[in-house]
Every structure is written in structure tokens, then in C-alpha cells.
Design a binder for this molecule. Structure first.
Ligand code: FAD
Ligand code: SF4
Length: 464
């Protein structure tokens, strides 16, 4: 008999006043009792709409049913049959726009907390002392190269290894994980969680070669010469976009990527590391996606007294995950909505002293259905800040584009690939942000899965 409580069980979290003073995880995870109680809210629908909302089709009612029966290992096996990074997805997927948006329990109350349950099962498994090593088939003798160790590359590598391929992942950074380690902060996705998921892949036999920049250390052509029979490019979209407004070159203007990389990957927030980072007090973060929320909350934790989100649309249009917006608000981030930055001001030493904005009102919906901002003439004003962090999106880095023959690219610099991940060059497949531009973890994972399947078909077709 299902539990007909209308609301989700709340997620235990660190108190906002305490958490702004540390980088520890904000959401603490369900204890067993809360998870079982929440799982009992699932109706185990015959035609589960939640599953259609999941880009990797996790068998949601089946894993929840196992949970209700107390079979946590069974629940984990069901989730990981389609999702190789469940502890990550349970923490960062925008469930309110995906599986949970389709859950029937959401019609008359709140949806089942699918993401929180997925995290619970993944964490249970991660903390289990007597885990068996994942079973993988012996090598089939075919070597595949994967470029990039973000969610696209890791998923592709894991799936290929499960099919018997020898997989080497080439990663430019000294740490593996892509945005999961250099972008998303520790307080939202602890690095140990990503490291544990990566260790799992390594235990399956996936090799990761760090500090290897494809296009510099070695080219795609040289990978083929070295005996790799196919290449998957999952190199992400790490090149920050800027506003192209006057004053963007003043001292104290940063991309969110730079602040986040220095803080997360280079550990600038820790006294035992000497990574330099600016001391700031009043910070404007331009943009309102997950990256902007992360940058603003990092700035707060690094000691800024006032952190402002500056965004040209309104609250209903905020692109960030709802939970991130709520967490940012609870931590005292101030939202300057319907304000479009048009210039950055500096003092006589060239250091930022303000950001000029024009107030906006919402006009007609654009092609995506979002109402477009329209400037209110003469409404310019200046917000007094000493730092501006730009978080308005990223595009793919041009290195692979400039060093690889035979690929074609979109107007925005993404690699052109068809629905199977195949590029214009034989044997080269691509997926994730490198193709789509900045998107989501689960979309990148879905592309990695598709890429692995297509590479398997390609190798088999060649061997016939
Ligand atoms: C701060 C931030 C917060 C985010 N928050 C969320 C969130 O809450 N939820 C969500 O779903 N999504 C979020 N996203 C988006 C999500 O992280 C990305 O869509 C996803 O990581 C893309 O995965 P990917 O594997 O395609 O690329 P990436 O994760 O970018 O990984 C690409 C990897 O390739 C490596 N690489 C690049 N070029 C080369 C080269 N030439 N040679 C070798 N290696 C190379 C890079 O170093 C990197 O490790 C966030 C993004 C950012 C930046
Ligand atoms: S739609 Fe909601 S209630 Fe139905 S199976 Fe999915 S999670 Fe359970």
C-alpha cells in the first residue's frame, strides 16, 4: 500500500549560516528511514512516465520497488544497468525538469523524490565495505581512445569496457572528471564521490592518461597511427564566453570558469595550498544558470560580504536548478533580476569599481518560449562592486578543431555529429558538450552511451 503523503521527505542540509563558512556538502542525504518512507510514495505505475523523462531511461519504479523491499543491492544493480554515475546524477541532475516533472504524484502534490532516492542507493553502495569488483569481459583485442574524462568520456569508456574493448582515456588536466571536478564545487558534489565513480571504472580496466592534451601532446591522427581503431571525442565546452561590453578587460573581471577552477581543482580555498585568488568583498555574477549559482556561492564562501546575481530576465526564467536557486537565496545571495549589464567601470588604477546595468521588462516569448528582455530606456544605474564574474556560458575549445582534419563544426564551434555520435570523419565519434555546447551531465552521459554503441557497431562492421 503506497504512502499517500503529498510532500516529499525534506532533504537534511547544513544550516545556511554555518555552510557559508565551509566547503562541506550542503545536502546531507536521506537516512535509511526517510528513504524507505519516501520510496513508499511511489505508485509503481504500469506506464511509468518518470522513466520517459530520464535521458538514460533509468528503470525508476523497478529500483524504487527493490528499495521498498529492502533490497538495496538489487536497487543499485537496476540503476547502474543504465546509469554509470548514479551518485553524481542523484546530486546534480535537474530532476524537476526531467523524471520528477513527469511523475504522477506531482499532479496533486509533490513528485516522488527520485533524485534523492537515487543518491541514497548510490551512497549506500559506495559506503559498503564488501563490494565485489565489477564483472567485465576479457579483452576483445580492439583498442579505443576516448578524449576527455568528463561524464561523456567516462560513460563511453565504461560502456565500451563492459563490451570487452581496451579503452584509454586521454585527459588534459591532472585530475579526471571534467566539469564534475573542476567546475561543480565541493559543497554540491564532493570530489571523493567523483573519485569513487572513477575508481570503479579503473577497477573495470579503463585506463586514464592524465596531462595528455589531444592536439598538443598527441593528435587524433597519431592516435590512429598508435593502433587505436576508433576515437570518441568528449572534450566538453571549456571556453568561457564574455559579454563584449566596455570595461571587460579591467582588473577584477573573471570568467566563472577561472574562479571555479582555481577554487575547486587548485584548492585555492584551502590555507595549505598557495593557489592565488583575489580577495573580494562586493561581487557581481553575471548570468543565472548553475554556473552562476556555483560562482556566487563560492564567492560568498571565500569571504565576499555582498554577492549579486545580475540577470536580464525574471525569476520564472532562471535557468539554474531550482534547488541551487533556493540554496543560493538561503545563503544570502542577492538577486538583481531584470537587469542587463552594459558596462564595467574602474577606478584610476584600472580596478573594477562598479557594473552599469539597464533595467529590463519582459516582452514577447522567443523561439524557445522564454520571454525576451526589453531594455527600459534611460534606466541605467551602477552597482558598486569590486569584482565581476561572467557566467553566461561556454563553448568548445578550438584546439581539436584546429588540429584534426576531416571533422566539420557548427557555427558555435561544436563538432558536428549525427544522432549516433558519428562525425564526418570515419572512425571518429563525438558527444556531450563538445557537440552540443554547454548542457547537462545526464545529456553528456547519454551521448557517451550512444557513442559507445556506435563504436561497437563500427568495429564489428569493419571486422566482418
Ligand atoms: C560550474 C558548472 C556547474 C554545472 N552544474 C550542473 C548541474 O548542476 N547539473 C547538470 O546536469 N549539469 C551541470 N553543468 C553542466 C555539466 O557539468 C556539463 O554539461 C557536463 O559536464 C558535460 O560533460 P562532458 O563530458 O561533455 O564535458 P566536460 O565535463 O567538460 O569534460 C570534458 C573533459 O575533456 C577534457 N579535455 C578538453 N579538451 C581536451 C583535449 N584537447 N585533450 C584531452 N582532454 C581534453 C577537459 O579537461 C575535461 O576534463 C555544470 C557546468 C558547470 C561548468
Ligand atoms: S511516475 Fe512517480 S509514482 Fe509512477 S512509477 Fe514513476 S516515480 Fe513512481
Amino acid at each position: 500500500m503506497a504512502n499517500m503523503r503529498m510532500d516529499k521527505n525534506p532533504m537534511p542540509e547544513q544550516d545556511p549560516k554555518v555552510r557559508v563558512t565551509n566547503f562541506d556538502e550542503v545536502a546531507l542525504g536521506y537516512p535509511l528511514e526517510a528513504a524507505m518512507d519516501e520510496a513508499a510514495r511511489c505508485l509503481n505505475c504500469k506506464n511509468p512516465q518518470c522513466r520517459t523523462g530520464c535521458p538514460v531511461s533509468v528503470r525508476i519504479p523497478e529500483f524504487i520497488e527493490k528499495l521498498v523491499a529492502g533490497d538495496l543491492d538489487g536497487a543499485y544493480d537496476i540503476i547502474t544497468s543504465t546509469n554509470s554515475l548514479p551518485a553524481v546524477c542523484g546530486r546534480v541532475c535537474p530532476q524537476e525538469k526531467q523524471c520528477e516533472s513527469k511523475c504522477v504524484r506531482g499532479i496533486k502534490g509533490q513528485s516522488v523524490a527520485i533524485g534523492r532516492l537515487e543518491r541514497f542507493v548510490a551512497d549506500y553502495h559506495m559506503n559498503k565495505p564488501d563490494k565485489a569488483a565489477p564483472a567485465v569481459p576479457p579483452s576483445n583485442g580492439h583498442k579505443i581512445a576516448v578524449i576527455g574524462s568528463g561524464p561523456a568520456g567516462l560513460t563511453c569508456a565504461g560502456d565500451l569496457r563492459k563490451m570487452g574493448y581496451d579503452v584509454d582515456v586521454f585527459e588534459a588536466f591532472h585530475k579526471s572528471g571534467g566539469v564534475l571536478v573542476y567546475g561543480i564545487p565541493q559543497f554540491r558534489l564532493p570530489k571523493e564521490i567523483v573519485a569513487a565513480e572513477i575508481d570503479n571504472l579503473k577497477a573495470m580496466g579503463v585506463k586514464i592518461i592524465n596531462n595528455a592534451i589531444i592536439g598538443k601532446s598527441i593528435t587524433v591522427d597519431e592516435l590512429f597511427e598508435d593502433g587505436y581503431e576508433a576515437v570518441f571525442i568528449g572534450s566538453g565546452a571549456g571556453l568561457p564566453q564574455f559579454l563584449h561590453i566596455p570595461g571587460e578587460n579591467y582588473l577584477g573581471v573573471y570568467s566563472a570558469n577561472e574562479i571555479l577552477t582555481r577554487t575547486n581543482l587548485m584548492k585555492a580555498y584551502r590555507d595549505d595550498y598557495d593557489t592565488p585568488i583575489k580577495k573580494f568583498n562586493r561581487v557581481a555574477v553575471v548570468g543565472a544558470g548553475n554556473v552562476a549559482m556555483d560562482a556566487s556561492r563560492v564567492a560568498k564562501r571565500l569571504g565576499a560580504e555582498h554577492v549579486y546575481i545580475c540577470y536580464r530576465r525574471g525569476r520564472d526564467e532562471l535557468p539554474a536548478r531550482l534547488e541551487e536557486v533556493e540554496h543560493a537565496e538561503a545563503e544570502g545571495i542577492e538577486f538583481n533580476l531584470l537587469n542587463n549589464p552594459c558596462a564595467i567601470h574602474a577606478d584610476e588604477t584600472g580596478h573594477v569599481c562598479g557594473i552599469e546595468m539597464i533595467r529590463q521588462e519582459l516582452g514577447e516569448p522567443d523561439e524557445k518560449g522564454r520571454r525576451s528582455p526589453v531594455a527600459i530606456p534611460g534606466s541605467n544605474w551602477v552597482l558598486d562592486v569590486d569584482t565581476v564574474i561572467i557566467a553566461i556560458g561556454t563553448s568548445p575549445n578550438p584546439l581539436i578543431r584546429n588540429t584534426t582534419e576531416g571533422l566539420t563544426f557548427t557555427r558555435k564551434g561544436g563538432i558536428e555529429a549525427d544522432e549516433n555520435g558519428a562525425t564526418a570523419r570515419e572512425g571518429v565519434f563525438a558527444g556531450g558538450d563538445a557537440v552540443t555546447g554547454s548542457a547537462t551531465v545526464i545529456m553528456a552521459m547519454g551521448a557517451g552511451k550512444t557513442g559507445a554503441k556506435s563504436i561497437d557497431e563500427y568495429i564489428k562492421s569493419k571486422s566482418k
